[in-house]
Ligand binder design. Structure first.
Ligand code: ZN
Length: 83
């Protein structure tokens, strides 16, 4: 199945709009059943999920959460919760 349904995400930090493509059936499921993003769209990367949830674009995520990315800008995981 193709990711053919665009979700427009408005970034509160910089005002830019990011479009994330998902499967339309999954989007309908998310809205109608209010299921969490990680359950609805398991194929999204973590930065994409964050964008869908908060609207924050990837560039702003890199600026606000620099520890979650390596020097090449690749997602390396959450580093804000030490254990
Ligand atoms: Zn932004």
């Amino acid at each position: 199945m193709e990711r053919n349904y665009p979700i427009e995400c408005h970034c509160h930090q910089c005002g830019s709009v990011t479009v994330i493509y998902v499967h339309e059936a999954d989007y309908v499921k998310r809205i109608s059943r209010r299921s969490p993003v990680q359950n609805s769209f398991p194929y999204l990367t973590m930065p994409e999920r964050e964008t869908v949830i908060s609207g924050m674009c990837v560039e702003c995520q890199k600026r606000v959460f620099p520890l979650n990315y390596d020097k090449d800008g690749n997602w390396v995981g959450y580093h804000d919760i030490p254990f």
